[in-house]
Write a protein that binds this ligand. Structure first.
Ligand SMILES: Cc1cc2nc3c(=O)[nH]c(=O)nc-3n(C[C@H](O)[C@H](O)[C@H](O)COP(=O)(O)OP(=O)(O)OC[C@H]3O[C@@H](n4cnc5c(N)ncnc54)[C@H](O)[C@@H]3O)c2cc1C
Length: 408
């Protein structure tokens, strides 16, 4: 039986951030990832000042900002190209203490893994929590080698379930929870070379569908789309043909972006979320974080941001007291994170419903309201992010210069 101090199940953004946060606090940590490698999906991720401040705590905030493009200039449009609202990156930065930034997910994953010592992340290792443990008994995890099917058992002082929206750890801790629900919309994401003609970053709202095009720092463009669709549906031909049917006659740069996309580069995922809050984010010595704890619609761009916040807050509660008492430390984590993330999940669901309105009168009313609000300047639109993007971590940042892989 292997003995571990901290085990993280899942090497997504939440799990890797938690591993770095624990490592920097001097904890020995092992990350178990069932996938054969860490190549993340080929898409962008927007990080707001709240998540950037959490990344400052683990010493990589400045590097994230240096490798990302500023986001926030541009605005919201109709499919014909009329501007409904203009957004202003500087106004957002002034209000929330920094800019919104956009980077490729692979860049973020590389930054996080490079802050961990060799051997901390074990890929091809599917983990199942078999006993959450308690204050007097370690937690137990079974690890299955994805290649050979061989099983091994390990014990841990602390286990973090960062295994995403379809989390088996969540099911093990809270078997009666109804789990994720389909939001009614599906999503497409793609990273492409920039189109020839310049364009202003935009998110465009149609009837039951939306499209966003945002530049990355390396000159490419991250484009995403959503549309109302039955769960599990796929294009009868290919996803590029489907996107052309839905968005091919929208304003520039949408048709040009679509013209340059290879069908096999398009990611399509149904959007699920967790509208029913969990009773807690922990049981025994196991805590949930990220989508495993509070998956939300992407309408506020906060799912990954909240996973990063969780990770830093969890490491704070797990490592601050001289003695680690799981019942106490993890209850403090739940108390910090559950109310905040529950409110954001609900807000994201409301915003998502607004973007996916399909009936023409409702769409016209929504567009009129958005235009009217924008007449009062970006401040009013930004107010919707008050209490989200102005969040501060519970610990002081550490300097990001130097070797981030050394425990602080
Ligand atoms: C269209 C779209 C756009 C989005 N845009 C943004 C955005 O701009 N900004 C933002 O903040 N968020 C965004 N999000 C949300 C964001 O992608 C998620 O909230 C975030 O990736 C969750 O990270 P996570 O680490 O919790 O889970 P995941 O990224 O899902 O990682 C879970 C990991 O656990 C592994 N795993 C699962 N089960 C096991 C097991 N049994 N054993 C071992 N490993 C296991 C998986 O292989 C995976 O690597 C978007 C989401 C969508 C759908």
């Amino acid at each position: 039986m292997e003995q571990h101090r901290a085990v993280v199940v899942g090497a997504g953004i939440g799990g890797l951030t938690a591993a770095v946060a624990l490592h920097r606090r001097g904890r020995q940590v092992t990350v178990l990832e069932r996938a054969a490698d860490l190549t993340p999906v080929g898409a962008g991720i927007a990080l707001a000042p709240n998540a950037q401040r959490a990344l400052d705590v683990i010493g990589i905030g400045d590097r994230v900002r240096a490798l990302s493009a500023w986001q926030g200039d541009g605005g919201m449009r109709t499919p014909a190209g009329r501007w409904l609202a203009r957004t202003d990156a500087r106004a957002a930065a002034a209000r929330f203490g920094g800019p919104l930034v956009l980077l490729h997910r692979a860049t973020l994953v590389e930054l996080l893994t490079s802050a961990l010592p060799e051997g901390v992340v074990r890929t091809g290792a599917a983990a199942t929590v078999t006993d959450p443990g308690d204050d007097h008994r370690p937690a137990r995890v079974t690890v299955t080698d994805a290649g050979t099917g061989a099983r091994s058992e390990l014990e841990a002082e602390l286990v973090l379930g960062a295994d995403g929206i379809h989390s088996a750890t969540r099911k093990a801790l809270f078997p009666d929870h109804p789990g994720p629900r389909y939001s009614g919309a599906t999503s497409w994401r793609v990273v492409v070379p920039a189109p020839g003609r310049p364009f202003a970053p935009h998110e465009t709202w149609g009837a039951g569908r939306l499209w966003g095009s945002q530049p990355l720092k390396d000159g490419r463009v991250y484009a995403y789309a959503m549309a109302v669709a039955p769960a599990g549906a796929h294009a009868p031909d290919d996803e590029k043909a489907e996107l052309l049917r839905l968005f091919g006659d929208w304003h520039h740069p949408v048709p040009e972006i679509l013209a340059g996309v290879a069908p096999d580069r398009i990611l399509r995922h149904d959007v699920h979320h967790l509208p029913d809050a969990l009773p807690a984010f922990h049981r025994g010595r196991v805590a949930l974080l990220g989508d495993a704890a509070h998956a939300m619609m992407p309408s506020l761009g906060q799912g990954g941001n909240q996973a990063v916040e969780d990770a830093v807050v969890l490491a704070h509660h797990a490592c601050t007291a001289p003695d680690f008492v799981p019942g106490r430390a993890l209850a403090a984590y739940t108390a910090d994170r559950l109310p905040r993330t529950t409110a954001i999940v609900r807000k994201a669901a409301r915003a998502g419903a607004l973007t996916m309105l399909s009936a023409r009168p409702a769409v016209a009313l929504r567009n009129t309201a958005v235009s009217a609000v924008s007449l009062f300047g970006p401040g009013l639109a930004l107010r919707g992010f008050d209490g989200i993007c102005d969040w501060n971590p519970p610990v002081e940042p550490v300097p990001s210069a130097g070797d981030a892989s050394r425990p602080a």
